[in-house]
Design a protein around this ligand. Structure first.
Ligand code: ADP
Length: 437
C-alpha cells in the first residue's frame, strides 16, 4: 500500500548554502516539510533514511554529481519512485535530456524565479498524490477481486457436497417402487439437479481460474481412450436429438501422451456440449491432427465441427469472453451461463495453446484449439492396465474404503453400494483414482 501523508516532504540538494536557504524559505511558506543536503553523499543518506515526496537535485555537486545520485536513487527499490526535478544552470539540451533519460520528471533552470519553482513543485506533488491514490485504489480493487475469487473457489467444496447428496438420492429414489407420475416428477427433479450442478461447476471453475488456483496434472494417458470417454458421456444427448457423434484421430498422432486428460476432456466436453446444443440436425465430429513435434513435446490440433445454427462474424467477436453469449435470445432459448467458452479458452491457454472458431451463420461451426503434450511410452500404460486387470477379477468381492465426512453423502454411498449394478460405478471411481495416482 502506498503512503500519502498530509504534509509533503521535499529534499533539496545543492552545493551552495545560499541556494539551499533561499529555496527552503520559498517552499516552507507553502507548508511543506523541507530537508536539505549540501552534497551527493548526504543526499543519498537522507533519501534512504526518510520517505520524500519530491527531490530537487542540483546537477553539479562536489562529490557525486547529480546524474549519478539520480541513477543510484532510481536503482534502489526503496527510492526509485520518488520524483526528481533537476536544478540546472546548464541550459544545454544534452544535460536536460540526460536528466530525463535517467528518470527525472522535470527540470528547473537556474537562476529560477520564485513563481516557477512553486508552480513546478506544486504540479509534481499533485501528480504524485494522484498517483498514490490511483495505485491505492488499484491495489484495493485487486485485493477485493482476489479475495472474492478465492472465497468462491474455496466454497466450491461446500456447494458441491450437498449437490452430491441431492443428485445421489434422486438416483436411488428412481430405483424404488414409484407410480408413473412420481417417476415423471423425480425425472424433472433429476434433470434440474444436473443442470444446476453444471451451472455451479461453471461458475466455480471460472472463479478458480480467475484466482489462479487451477492446477494441472502431468500423467500418462491414451488419447483415444479419453476421447472415447467424451463421446460416451455425450452420446445420449446427441442420440436424443438424432445427431451423429463421432471422432477421428489422424494416424500420425502419437497414441500415448503426458498431460492432464481431465482438463483436455473438460474443454472437449464444453465444445461438444455446445455443438450438440446448437445443432438441430446433422452431426458433431471431433477431429485430432498433429501440428508438430517440439523436442520431447508434441503439439496437437483439435476440431469440434457441427452442422448447427452457426455464428455470425459480428457475434463471433463476443465469444470467449466471460458471461457472454452470442445474442441475448440464446439465453432464453438454450439457457447456459456464457462461461463455457471463457473457461475453455483459459484452460487451453494454460496448456500453451490457443482457441478459435470458423463459422458462418446458418452453416455450422468449427471450434478449434491446439495444445502441447509430453510423449509417453506405451510400456508404462501396459503395466498400469495389467495392475488394474488384477484388481478387476469378476465376482471378486470388493472392499472399498470410503473417505467421506458428510453424513448424507455417506448414506448415499452406502445405499448405492447395496445396489449391485451401481457397485461397478463405485468401482469406476476407484479405477479413476488409481489412474491418477
Ligand atoms: P453457454 O453456457 O451460454 O453456452 P458458452 O461460453 O459455452 O456459454 O457459449 C457462449 C455462446 O456462444 C452461446 O450462448 C452461443 O450463443 C454461442 N455458441 C457456442 N458454441 C456454439 C455452436 N457450436 N454453435 C452456435 N453457437 C455457439
Amino acid at each position: 500500500m502506498q503512503e500519502s501523508s498530509q504534509v509533503s516532504k521535499i529534499l533539496i540538494v545543492d552545493d551552495v548554502q545560499l541556494n539551499l536557504d533561499l529555496m527552503k524559505d520559498i517552499l516552507s511558506d507553502q507548508e511543506y516539510q523541507i530537508a536539505t543536503a549540501i552534497n551527493g553523499k548526504s543526499a543519498l543518506a537522507k533519501a534512504r533514511a526518510h520517505k520524500f515526496d519530491l527531490i530537487l537535485l542540483d546537477v553539479v555537486l562536489p562529490d557525486i554529481d547529480g546524474f549519478e545520485v539520480c541513477s543510484i536513487l532510481k536503482s534502489n527499490p526503496q527510492t526509485q519512485d520518488v520524483p526528481i526535478i533537476f536544478l540546472t544552470a546548464k541550459k544545454e539540451k544534452d544535460s536536460i535530456v540526460k536528466g530525463f533519460q535517467l528518470g527525472a520528471v522535470d527540470y528547473i533552470p537556474k537562476p529560477f524565479s520564485k513563481e516557477e519553482l512553486i508552480a513546478r513543485v506544486n504540479l509534481h506533488l499533485t501528480l504524485r498524490k494522484t498517483q498514490y491514490e490511483l495505485i491505492n485504489s488499484k491495489e484495493m480493487a485487486e485485493a477485493a477481486a482476489k479475495a472474492k475469487a478465492i472465497f468462491l473457489a474455496n466454497i466450491s467444496h461446500e456447494i458441491r457436497t450437498p449437490m452430491n447428496g441431492i443428485i445421489g438420492m434422486i438416483d436411488i429414489l428412481k430405483r424404488t417402487d414409484l407410480t408413473d407420475e412420481q417417476h415423471e416428477f423425480i425425472d424433472i427433479i433429476g434433470i434440474s439437479g444436473e443442470n444446476l450442478l453444471m451451472i455451479i461447476n461453471d461458475v466455480l471453475d471460472f472463479s478458480k481460474i480467475e484466482a489462479g488456483q487451477v492446477t494441472f496434472e502431468l500423467i500418462q494417458f491414451r488419447l483415444a481412450d479419453e476421447i472415447t470417454e467424451v463421446t460416451k458421456i455425450l452420446r445420449y444427448k446427441a442420440t436424443q436429438k438424432g445427431l451423429t457423434l463421432s471422432f477421428e484421430i489422424e494416424h500420425n498422432v502419437p497414441e500415448f501422451l503426458i498431460g492432464d486428460p481431465l482438463r483436455l476432456k473438460q474443454v472437449l466436453i464444453n465444445l461438444c456440449n455446445n455443438a450438440i446444443k446448437f445443432t438441430p440436425e446433422g452431426f458433431v465430429r471431433i477431429q485430432v491432427s498433429l501440428v508438430e513435434f517440439e523436442g520431447e513435446k508434441v503439439r496437437l490440433f483439435f476440431e469440434v465441427q457441427d452442422t448447427g445454427i452457426g455464428i455470425s462474424a459480428e457475434n463471433q467477436l463476443k465469444l470467449f469472453k466471460s458471461f457472454s453469449q452470442a445474442d441475448a435470445s440464446t439465453t432464453r432459448k438454450f439457457g447456459g451461463t456464457g462461461l463455457g467458452l471463457a473457461i475453455s479458452k483459459n484452460l487451453v491457454q494454460l496448456m500453451n495453446g490457443n482457441i478459435g472458431i470458423i463459422s458462418e451463420e446458418g452453416k455450422g461451426a468449427i471450434f478449434h484449439f491446439d495444445c502441447e503434450f509430453g510423449l509417453a511410452s506405451q510400456a508404462f500404460l501396459t503395466f498400469q492396465s495389467q495392475e488394474l486387470e488384477e484388481l478387476i477379477i469378476p465376482n471378486k468381492k470388493l472392499k472399498i474404503l470410503l473417505a467421506e465426512d458428510n453424513v448424507i453423502n455417506q448414506k448415499v454411498a452406502i445405499l448405492i453400494s447395496k445396489n449391485s449394478d451401481i457397485q461397478s460405478l463405485l468401482f469406476l471411481m476407484v479405477f479413476r483414482l488409481l489412474r491418477h495416482f
